[in-house]
Design a protein around this ligand. Structure first.
Ligand SMILES: [Fe+2]
Ligand SMILES: [Fe+2]
Length: 478
C-alpha cells in the first residue's frame, strides 16, 4: 500500500528536459556575454567580435540539434520559455538579461538555419542600443528588417492571455472567467492522471489556466467569486482543486497585486492536493468516514504532494511548500506533524482557508454539504488556531455572510441566488428569486436589492447542492 518508495529522485525529470535546460543555459550565457560586450564596445572592437562569435557558435550548434531548422525562445514576465516549457532556474540565473530584453519589448527571438555571423552582429548592435532609442526608432523588429537581417526575428512581449488590455465589460469578464474555470478543470484532470501514471505533466497548460484566471481576478474579483459556487454538477472530479484556486486568487488579490505572485499562488492552490493520487483510491473515494488507519494514509497526501512537485523542475518551489503546509494550521499544529510548530507561508495560509471553505460547502458521499454561512461561522471559530485571523477577516469581507452564488430561503418562502454582496450590510445582499414558495420555477427570475427592500429578508441559507436540477448559476450573469 505504501507508494512512497516508488517516488525516486528525478523520476519526474525527463532526460529531454535536462538536455533542453542545458541548451537554454548555453544560449543565455553566450547571448549575455555578447550583449554586454556589444553595450561596451564598438562593432570593430575585438571584444565585440569575440562575444558575437561565441554566440554564433552556440546558436549554430543549437540549430544543428533542431529538426525543424529553427529555434524560438520566448520571454515572459522574467522567464524564458522554449517550446511552451518554462525554465525557471535558467531564467533566474539570467534574470537581468531577460529584464533588459523585455524592456526593449523583445518577447521572443527566433533564429533560422542559414543565419550568418554578420546577421548575428547586426542583431547584437541593435539590441544593445538603449531601450528608448529602440522604441523611438520603431522597435527592434523593424530595425532588423532595415538592416536586412532575414534569419533572426524578434517579436514583442505577448501576454498569455490578451484579456488585460482589452478592458472587457463585466458580463464578458464573467464569461471569460467561466471559460477559464472549465479549462482549469480539464487541465487538472489531465495533470492528475499524468501524475498517477508517473509521467511529467503539462506545466505550461496549468500555468496558462491559472494566468487566465489571474487576469480575470485583476479585472473583476466578483466575477471569480461566482465561479466557486459552480460545484460538482458535471462530469469533472476536480472541482475542489479549481474552486480552491479561484477562491485563493480572490483572497490573494486583496493583498497581492502583482500578476507574477498571483500566478504562483494560483498554481500552488490548483496543485495543493496532487499528493492524493498516491493515496489508495479505496481511501480517497471511500463512501463513508475513514478509520484511524485510513486517516493515517490520508494525512500523508501533503508530503506526497510536496515530493511530486519538488521533482518537477519547471515548477516554482513554492508549489511544493504549499502542498506540504496546506493542512498545517496557523499555529503549526495540523498535519503533517513537524518538530517545531511554525507559521506556514502566506500562500499556504491563504490556500488553507479556501480549501477548508470549499471542502465543507461541498457534498461528500458520506455527508451533506454545509451551508456557506454555517461553514463561515465554524471557520471564524477556528480563526487564530487553524486559520490566520487577519486573512480570515479579509475572507469574510470578500464573501460576505451569503457569498455570491449561494442559495438563500427568504422570509416569503421563495428561494433565491445571491448575485452580489453588499459590503455595507452583509446580511442584505442583492439576490434573484427563481423558485416560488411552492418550489415552482419562475419564467423570469426576479431581482431584489435587499438593502433597499426592507419587507423581504433572508430566513436561512441553503447548501450549494440544495437545488440540483436547475443550473441557477446562469442567473449570476444577466
Ligand atoms: Fe488537502
Ligand atoms: Fe484540498
Amino acid at each position: 500500500m505504501d507508494k512512497e518508495k516508488d517516488l525516486g529522485k528525478d523520476q519526474f525529470i525527463p532526460v529531454s528536459y535536462r538536455k533542453a535546460a542545458r541548451r537554454v543555459k548555453r544560449f543565455l550565457k553566450t547571448l549575455n556575454t555578447a550583449f554586454r560586450n556589444a553595450q561596451l564596445y564598438e562593432e570593430t572592437h575585438p571584444m565585440f567580435e569575440e562575444g558575437a562569435k561565441s554566440f554564433f557558435v552556440a546558436i549554430s550548434e543549437l540549430l544543428e540539434e533542431q529538426e525543424e531548422g529553427e529555434i524560438a525562445f520566448h520571454f515572459y514576465e522574467g522567464e524564458i520559455i522554449v517550446d511552451e516549457v518554462p525554465f525557471p532556474e535558467e531564467s533566474n540565473l539570467f534574470s537581468s538579461l531577460i529584464a533588459e530584453l523585455e524592456s526593449r519589448e523583445i518577447g521572443s527571438i527566433e533564429i533560422r538555419e542559414g543565419v550568418k555571423l554578420g546577421e548575428v552582429k547586426d542583431f547584437l548592435s541593435i539590441i544593445s542600443l538603449q531601450a528608448d532609442e529602440i522604441l523611438k526608432r520603431g522597435g527592434a523588429s523593424l530595425l532588423l528588417q532595415e538592416k536586412g537581417v532575414m534569419n533572426i526575428k524578434v517579436a514583442p512581449v505577448k501576454p498569455l492571455s490578451s484579456l488585460r488590455e482589452s478592458g472587457e465589460e463585466k458580463g464578458e469578464v464573467y464569461e471569460i472567467a467561466r471559460e477559464a474555470y472549465y479549462f482549469a478543470l480539464e487541465t487538472v484532470e489531465e495533470v492528475m492522471s499524468e501524475v498517477e501514471r508517473k509521467r511529467p505533466f503539462a506545466v505550461f497548460k496549468a500555468r496558462k489556466a491559472v494566468q487566465m484566471l489571474v487576469d480575470c481576478v485583476l479585472q473583476d474579483r466578483g466575477a471569480l467569486l461566482g465561479l466557486a459556487a459552480l460545484k460538482s454538477y458535471d462530469k469533472y472530479t476536480y472541482h475542489h482543486s479549481v474552486n480552491t484556486l479561484v477562491l485563493s486568487l480572490a483572497l490573494g488579490s486583496v493583498i497581492l497585486t502583482e500578476r507574477v505572485s498571483l500566478g504562483y499562488l494560483g498554481l500552488s492552490a490548483l496543485l495543493h492536493d496532487v499528493g492524493k493520487v498516491l493515496v489508495p483510491r479505496e481511501i480517497t473515494r471511500k463512501p463513508g468516514p475513514l478509520t484511524s488507519e485510513e486517516w493515517e494514509y490520508m494525512e500523508r497526501h501533503p508530503a506526497y504532494g510536496a515530493k511530486i512537485l519538488l521533482n518537477i523542475p519547471s515548477l516554482h518551489k513554492i508549489t511544493a511548500v504549499v502542498a506540504f503546509e496546506h493542512h498545517l494550521g496557523f499555529d503549526g499544529n495540523g498535519y503533517p506533524k513537524i518538530r517545531v510548530p511554525r507559521k506556514p507561508h502566506l500562500f499556504s495560509r491563504i490556500v488553507e482557508i479556501c480549501d477548508a471553505y470549499d471542502a465543507a460547502t461541498s457534498e461528500r458521499p458520506y455527508r451533506k454539504a454545509a451551508t456557506p454561512d454555517g461553514v463561515m461561522n465554524s471557520l471564524i471559530e477556528a480563526s487564530g488556531r487553524e486559520f490566520d485571523p487577519l486573512l480570515m477577516r479579509f475572507f469574510i469581507n470578500l464573501l460576505g455572510v451569503y457569498p455570491v452564488g449561494s442559495l438563500v430561503k427568504l422570509t416569503t418562502g421563495e428561494i433565491a441566488v445571491v448575485v452580489k454582496e453588499n459590503p455595507l450590510n452583509l446580511t442584505r445582499p442583492q439576490i434573484k428569486v427563481f423558485l416560488d414558495k411552492k418550489g415552482n420555477i419562475l419564467k423570469e427570475p426576479i431581482f431584489y436589492d435587499l438593502s433597499k427592500n426592507e419587507e423581504i429578508s433572508i430566513s436561512t441559507s441553503l447548501p450549494y447542492e440544495a437545488v440540483k436540477k436547475i443550473s441557477y448559476q446562469r442567473f449570476l450573469r444577466d
